[in-house]
Write a protein that binds this ligand. Sequence first.
Ligand code: GRF
Length: 206
Amino acid sequence: MQKKCRIGVLGSGKGSNMVAIADAAADPTCPYEVAVVLSDVPNAGILDHARARRVAAMHVPPGKFRTKLDEEAEQAYITTLREARVDYIALAGFMRILKGEFLRAFPHKVVNIHPSLLPSFPGLEAWKQALDYGVKFTGCTVHFVDQGIDTGPIIAQQTVPVLDEDTAATLHARIQEAERVLYPNALRRLCSGELEVVGRRCVAAQ
Ligand code: GRF
């Protein structure tokens, strides 16, 4: 079998996506392994879940800003991920915008999961935006990260129905259930070399 892709996961929250990604990697046929998990939040659940799975887990302080990494922190993230020899970086609820230096350090290697069918409802609380708008279907999207907010080439999407009786919480839970299937599958396809990006389109590799 080919050498496995090494994935670095970045998250700020409870880590349900990281758990799904790491648990899928337990399958010997999985083309990736989780090399390291980093969080900007010292007591984030994602770090505990990683440690429980014997995955290296580290709190890396984000620096002085609230919504992004400061210059020093950005370098610390880059160095830690390079030392872990990651091939891809999977954002899983990482609540800080990554731009400039970071993306240049890992070109076309940073992916994210967003809880809507992009390009609808980018930004925060996308499930609530969908509910308030009144769409009948929403979903989740795995995409490459570029300089914009939730704008990079789309790797995979899954639809989820919006039910009349939904609250923000029930809709969010249904989307997260879909995320836990979509994200590991998208990473599998990416790491097995099945996909290539042509312009904005991520398609089956020729
Ligand atoms: C997910 O719902 C994802 O869509 C968003 O952040 C959330 C993270 O949840 N980007 P978890 O920490 O993976 O449970």
